[in-house]
Design a protein around this ligand. Structure first.
Ligand SMILES: [Cu+2]
Length: 571
């Protein structure tokens, strides 16, 4: 087995280099001529009654034909424009041969309308239509996607833009959705099977993490760490940033690949609002527009106090709204490089759609540090960053009673963060000390005051756990199918702390209830629906449990989700 794995890694390496080379120069990506079928361009739908269909559709996204599951024959699906205060009705028809669903990500609604098969409802059977109806009590940038099987990977997603009842606090002249996704011609079930058999299939940098940690188990950490040899060995696996990479993915911006390029227009003097949505199955993106400062004005649909940045990381399922003021009569690249630095999504912002911006160079991949493995900061050799600041940011006024939850350490939990730190001001691996102003969670302060918000009644701690060598994921060491539901009490204010015992970022999404992230300012906790838990770190947020029913709660990486998942029951 060991031998097979290595030779496979070698083959992957060769193919990977070819693939990323092609990606860089756009050799095999010139899919502007769809020989298979002209898939419909993404349209906007507005009003209060919507008709959506999910169909198996032959498309050409990458230069090769493949089957997508498309909404209204569009890839990406139509952008839904709602108005705060309206009651919307959405008739969703499933024309696939298998069960389907649509979940309205980040929308606060009755649980029966949340669209998670097995939790909210039974799903939509082949040939059936399900009608969702609910009142829209929020505004901002959100999105929708299938919650069935791996359909999100194959195209069942689109943007939701909700116009606020009251005047928007920020002015802008133009408004664009910028939805990022990762498309593969491989069937998602094939990708998942490969990951289960060979977790490093798409990531030839991954090597001996598990080896190191089993060494820690037998020898103790210090012994293992002191062994220079071991450290060297570990360095070989320190670029383990993404499970699935551009080896199979083509990264899309509003359904366009880097060769065809999404194009946004402006006129001199315009303020342009860009609504970034990460609708990828597995890919974190680092976004910048060389030559422009971005004013971040909303996170996960909620207004924040504006922050000027050069770059931000957007985790799977997160959204960020930015306003830019392009001044020159020139073209800018909207550049979203994947966290693994093996490919990128690309858009163009210009006064003339035919003027294309120069494509920026991808940054070199950075190595994971001891910090990312949950070790102490002095071992992490991160002297340029003041981690103690990040930690005090989340210090509490008074202790909160802790509710102990079942936890299981064993074969499913090969890694353990020994000294996890709050790292709110850590831009994360790949973005540290890159000379640019990078957004961090510590920069996020809600526009609304949270001064009067209740202090938490109790706390739970959730360990995000895994065995990367066997591609096993879990919460508290227990995979979903073996776990009892989490019980939240209606009316309570809950504090949740994640300890990430793995070396990957997990974008955690709690359905139906807002997550108020502790970023250091008690008076302006930022309201999110998806919270990135960085490798080896700790992070806390608060939840007002104000919606009864059954809710899904999970990592939003599609191939982690099956197991790193909980049902939440609010009663
Ligand atoms: Cu995950």
């Amino acid at each position: 087995m060991k031998h097979n794995k290595h030779s496979l890694s070698r083959r992957t390496f060769v193919k990977g280099v070819v693939a990323s080379g092609a990606m860089l120069y756009g050799i095999n990506l010139n899919a502007s001529t769809d020989t298979v079928k002209k898939r419909k361009k993404t349209e906007e739908l507005s009003g209060t009654v919507f008709h959506l269909t999910i169909d198996k559709t032959l498309v050409n996204v990458t230069g090769e034909p493949s089957y997508a599951t498309a909404v209204n024959a569009m890839l990406q699906g139509p952008t839904l424009k709602w108005r705060e205060g309206d009651t919307v009705t959405l008739h969703v028809t499933n024309n696939l041969q298998e069960s389907s669903s649509i979940h309205w990500h980040g929308i606060i609604l009755p649980y029966q309308m949340d669209g998670v098969p097995g939790i909210s409802y039974e799903g939509i059977a082949p040939g059936e239509t399900f009608t969702y109806t609910f009142t829209v009590n929020q505004s901002g940038t959100f999105w929708y996607h299938s919650h069935s099987a791996f359909q999100e990977q194959t195209g069942v997603y689109g943007a939701i833009v909700i116009e606020p009842k009251e005047k928007d606090p920020y002015e802008y002249d133009r408004d664009y959705v910028v939805l990022l996704s990762d498309y593969s011609d491989e069937k998602p079930a094939t990708i998942y099977r490969k990951l289960k058999l060979f977790p490093d299939y798409y990531n030839f940098n991954r090597r001996t993490v598990g080896d190191f940690f089993s060494e820690v188990k037998t020898k103790g950490f210090l012994e293992a760490f002191k062994a220079r040899q071991m450290w060297n060995k570990m360095r070989m696996s320190d670029r383990d940033l993404s499970d699935v990479t551009a080896y199979t993915y083509t990264f899309l911006m509003n359904g366009q690949n880097p060769a065809t390029r999404f194009r946004a227009l402006f006129q001199n003097g315009d303020k342009v609002r860009l609504r970034f949505i990460n609708a990828a199955a597995m890919t974190f993106f680092d976004v910048r527009i060389p030559g422009l400062k971005m004013k971040v004005v909303a996170a996960d649909g909620n207004n924040i106090q504006p922050v000027d940045v050069d770059e931000f990381r957007i985790g799977v399922a997160e959204t960020y709204d930015v306003i830019v003021e392009p001044e020159d009569d020139k073209a800018y690249a909207i550049f979203a490089q994947s966290i693994a630095r093996k490919g990128y999504a690309l858009g163009n912002l210009s006064t003339d759609a035919d003027i294309l911006a120069e494509v920026p160079q991808m940054d070199p991949p950075q190595a994971l540090t001891m910090l990312d493995m949950g070790m102490r900061k002095d071992m992490a050799q991160m002297k340029s960053m003041d981690m103690s600041k990040g930690d005090s940011m989340s210090s509490l006024k008074k202790p909160i009673p802790l509710t102990k939850l079942p936890i299981r350490w064993g074969v499913g939990t090969t890694m353990r963060a020994m000294n996890p730190q709050y790292r709110l001001d850590d831009p994360g691996v790949g973005l540290r000390n890159n000379g640019r102003k990078v957004l961090t969670y510590a920069d996020l302060r809600s526009l609304r005051s949270t001064k009067e918000d209740r202090y938490p009644d109790r706390e739970i701690v959730l360990h995000l756990t895994g065995n990367m060598e066997r591609y096993m994921w879990s919460i508290n060491g227990i995979p979903y199918h073996e776990a009892a539901p989490l019980e939240f009490h209606y009316g309570e204010r809950l504090r949740i702390t994640y300890i990430n015992d793995t070396m990957m970022n997990h974008p955690m999404h709690l359905h139906g209830l807002w997550s108020d992230l502790e970023t250091g300012d008690e008076n302006h906790l930022v309201r999110k629906h998806t919270i990135i838990s960085q490798p080896g770190s700790k992070i806390s947020f608060r939840v007002t449990v104000d919606a009864k029913g059954a809710w899904a709660y999970h990592c939003h990486l599609l191939y982690h989700m099956t197991d790193m998942f909980r049902k939440v029951v609010v009663a």
